[in-house]
Design a binder for this molecule. Structure first.
Ligand code: F6P
Length: 380
């Protein structure tokens, strides 16, 4: 019999975190199960920084469905299996996962819900191997979590990008310019491709297709020859030229062994090259964190609510160590083991490393076909 459950939100924030949290709490409350939250993801679990969550009128989880961010915070650098500790003035990395296991036991938590992307679910799988009951919920604007067709937060990011493309259309058309929009997505081009289709862009450059800038330039010149003296180009932050490298804006400090690369800069490079090749003026806009903040779309509110309610229902059925997923358009679940994929070693850090099991766009995906059918140039 479940008595107490806890939620942690981990990784970069997305719109929809709170909607999932709310759905878990409400489903738990309906079954008289107490719900708690660890503050700031795995870091809060390690410090046992825990609060009770509730949706009654004076509780902390009231009115949170449309709110961006996460009422229980999130952490992007808290791998408890490889945690930075200061020792003799030096940073050393230690496996502190046993402390987390002890905290969960001391708090008498019967199931831990882990809201996060591939790195979060990797740690969740590793905790499950230490005897903790875990249920994951797939989050990320990048839409690259393995085994699910969609992650919560992604639809909002695409909507923000599509809105940006709409706005770039009018200014681009007025000034006869090439308007380049750089969007997030890391090593998967979902946001770029889907927003390009939603916004009616002319070119979409994605990490899955190393691009030939001459191909994109030809598309723009063809448009110019047909009297269309402006073009919209969407570039994924992880896109790279044929035979070239991704653009790196800097490094982040998310711990040892994780992907610490801050992607960015490819939009400016593409804008400059297109300007030279087409003779048209080009401008670049980097959309950045706008894609992660603010209120979730109605689609994301529904998806997040479905995911949260499903996660709690799975807990009630004692189906642990799984990830809630959408498969063939329907709610389902898969073992965390499948999500982790070939990254088997306990404690090995995930998060878009070579070992991580992320879902990229396949060339037979219908989005690719649709884009090609309507003449969106994919840089090949
Ligand atoms: O994974 C989500 C994401 O927003 C990526 O699209 C982006 O590359 C990265 O996080 C940015 O991370 P940070 O919050 O560390 O700057």
């Amino acid at each position: 019999m479940l008595k107490k459950v806890a939620i942690l939100a981990n990784g970069g924030d997305v719109s929809g975190f709170n909607a999932v949290i709310r759905a878990i709490i409400k489903t738990a409350e309906n079954k008289n199960i107490e719900c708690y939250g660890f503050i700031d993801g795995y870091r809060g679990l390690l410090k046992n920084d825990i609060i009770k969550l509730g949706t009654s009128s004076k509780d902390n989880a009231v009115g949170i469905l449309p709110k961006g961010g996460s009422i229980i915070g999130s952490s992007t650098n808290a791998n408890v299996f490889h945690y930075p500790v200061e020792e003799n003035g030096q940073t050393v990395y230690k496996d502190l996962s046993d402390k987390c296991v002890q905290n969960i036991k001391d708090d008498e938590i019967d199931c831990l819900f882990t809201l996060g992307g591939d790195a979060t679910q990797k740690s969740a799988r590793d905790l499950s191997l230490k005897g903790i009951n875990v249920i994951g919920v797939p989050k990320t604007i990048d839409n690259d979590v393995a085994c699910t067709e969609i992650t919560f937060g992604y639809n909002t990011a695409v909507s923000v990008a599509a809105d940006a493309i709409d706005r770039l259309h009018s200014t681009g058309e007025t000034h006869h310019r090439i308007m380049v929009l750089e969007v997030m997505g890391r090593y998967a081009g979902w946001i770029a491709l889907e927003s390009a289709i939603a916004g009616g862009a002319d070119v979409a450059l994605i990490p899955e297709i190393p691009f030939d800038i001459h191909s994109a330039a030809r598309k723009i010149i063809n448009r110019k020859n047909r009297g269309k003296s402006f073009s919209i180009v969407v570039v994924s932050e992880g896109a790279k030229p044929l035979g070239g490298d991704i653009q790196i804006r800097g490094m982040r400090n998310n711990g040892e062994g994780v992907d610490n690369i801050k992607l960015g800069g490819i939009g400016e490079v593409v804008a400059k090259q297109l300007e030279e090749l087409t003779g048209l003026e080009a401008r670049c806009t980097v959309l950045g964190y706008m894609q992660r903040g603010g209120s979730p779309t109605a689609f994301d509110r529904v998806l997040s609510t479905k995911y949260g309610a499903k996660a709690m229902s799975l807990a009630l059925e004692e189906k642990f160590n799984v990830l809630t997923v959408i498969k063939d358009g329907k709610l389902n679940y898969v073992p965390l083991e499948d999500v982790v994929g070939n990254n088997k070693v306990i404690g090995a850090v995930s998060g878009n490393t070579a070992e991580s099991n992320i879902r990229k766009i396949k060339m037979d995906d219908e989005l690719v076909k649709t884009a090609r059918d309507i003449g969106i140039n994919l840089g090949d």
